[in-house]
Design a protein around this ligand. Structure first.
Ligand code: ADP
Ligand code: MG
Length: 161
């Protein structure tokens, strides 16, 4: 995992999306900044668009599988591409975790996190302290009926491009 990112990684911090398609396109933009081994932690209540944005990230990673919330099975695995390289994409939904450390270990979290895949984590707040850093953090909030306030940041160092 790269510890430093160019200033290009410092995208606008907060965007209001007015449609599901706009949220997907934010996901596609985020995908442009990902490198193998990255983890993106998504927080936000039910229906704020976590899965929707992840669908966009997966489009950007050329995933051909159908991308849905893996609520009941906790992890979905897709085949993605980054440039010329195949990259596994692991889509987590931690909604059902209660916060105990063993739970995340029980589903193999640490092995996925330390690998070369891209980890996209819904309900990341369920295991916030146990997720690796630096990482991407995305927060989504309702803002009117179809509006979503989306903010994201890279938590590691930024270097001058
Ligand atoms: N601006 C928006 N961004 C994302 N989703 C939106 C937006 N406006 C309406 N929606 C709708 O909200 C729902 C979001 O669902 P989903 O992505 O599954 O949320 P979550 O995974 O956070 O529970 C979808 O039905 C989507 O069509
Ligand atoms: Mg979801």
């Amino acid at each position: 995992m790269a510890l430093e990112r160019g200033t290009a990684a410092a995208m606008p911090e907060v965007v209001v999306s007015h449609s599901a398609e706009e949220t997907r396109s934010l996901g596609r933009r985020l995908a442009e900044h990902l490198v193998p081994g990255d983890l993106v932690a998504f927080r936000g209540n039910l229906g704020t668009g976590k899965t929707c944005m992840i669908q966009g990230v997966c489009e950007g990673l050329q995933v051909r599988d159908v991308v849905n919330s893996p609520t009941f099975i906790i992890i979905n695995h897709y085949e993605g591409r980054l440039g010329e390289r195949d990259v596994p994409v692991y889509h987590f939904d931690l909604y059902r975790l209660t916060g105990a450390k063993e739970e995340l270990e029980g589903i193999g979290g640490p092995e996925f996190f330390s690998g070369d895949g891209i980890c996209l984590v819904e309900w990341a707040d369920r295991a916030w302290e146990q997720l690796p850093s630096p990482r991407w953090e995305v927060d989504l909030q309702h803002s009117g009926e179809a509006g979503r306030r989306v903010s994201w940041r890279w938590t590691g160092a930024l270097k001058e491009d």
